[in-house]
Write a protein that binds this ligand. Sequence first.
Ligand code: AMO
Length: 443
Amino acid sequence: MEKITGNLQKESIQYMEFAKNVGKIVSIQGIIHRIREMTDFAFVILRTSRDVVQCIYSPKFSNYQLDEKVQEGCSVTVTGLVVQDQTREGRYELQIHNIAILSQPAEPLPLVINKKQIDNIALDLYLNMRSVVLRNPKERAVFKLQEGIARGFREYLLKQNFTEIRTPKIVFAGAEGGANIFKLDYFGKQVFLAQSPQFYKQMMIPIYERVFEIAPVFRAEHHDTSRHLNEYISMDLEMGFINSFYDIMEIETGALKYIFELLNHEYKNELELLNVQMPNIESIPTIKFMDAKDIIIHKFKKKITDFKDFDPEEEQLLGKWAKKEFDSDFLFVTHYPSEKRPFYAMDDQNNPAYTCSFDLLFRGIEITTGGQRIHDYHSQVAKMQARGMQVAEFESYLMLHKYGVPPHGGLGLGLERITMHLLGFKNVRYASLFPRDLHRVTP
Ligand code: AMO
């Protein structure tokens, strides 16, 4: 009887192990990315999980004969001698002794993916071909970096004693208000897709004190914009025993510093491929909502009609201002008007028309909303009643307040939004692996 011990043994090695195997015969597995025939030899470029490895075929190296069965797109095991690359310092290559074909494509690829970058194609076609396009090393680097961002968020918060939670996405009520909620028939009963884990992360405060979640959330966005998706990944945190919502901004700044450091250390290759301009994040300036409006009016001479929120142009202007005044790619805007914030937001005691809340702008676009929540049961019920909400429907959420919760607050950071602005994309769809929008549910 065979027994499984949990030790996966692979005969093939990874490219990063080449350095310590110079002069040795090794095997490596990958997909043939490109074949370049020269007069008396050929480059067989192998795409592995994170590298592009140069293998060289020459009849001088062994008895192995390269034949036409070896094509681009074949999954192979290449065996050969590891040598230093003579033309590129610090790189290694493989002199081929054998290629074993593990799988062959049925058809050639419909797009050229083995050049430095994918030819400019319309967004729609690009997304239809997503799984093909991502075979290009520069394209796939986007989502490797996105892994780094989410990983940094998780690692930092675990170090700060946060507990990772997973909350339901089929829910009894919307947390964020507005019309952008998906309704669902649940065995004859109407339920919703979660717009955020808001209620649940708050409900965990008396239990774990500090919690976070990285998970999909759903917004039925009725407009086609370059920065809204119908399903996106929300990086949420919630934290108890805060002195004020400034504690939340401290945690977010710490998390962002950690994330960018992690990317600089462990995602160098991807940062280079994508030519990423890393942001400056020593400290982040803050400005109150109404003072920000003042700057827009007086410094940028813009006429303002809406004093409850910013339009995208106003956010852009604030981004420019923060860059010029503080050399900062980030800006916290605090004290948003109560009217525009959800019912769980705590109002500012000194001026109840405004909330103890903030947004974080990154290069002039909102990537985070956060703030302090109401913790007192009676104040929460009163605010809900004032907004005409059916308090009884929120009974399970209100147990939080009824049975006691410390002062707390938190935030939601859109993973695709931060990726988009870090990489300078004009459309958030480029920062979503398989985006869902008004017109798209495939692939
Ligand atoms: P909010 O609704 O502002 O706040 O969302 C938080 C962050 O999520 C991102 N985001 C989106 N990204 C892509 N497509 C969308 N349609 C979309 N909508 C929002 C943005 C935004 O800043 N519960 C609160 C957070 C909190 O206070 O803890 C909330 O969800 O980056």
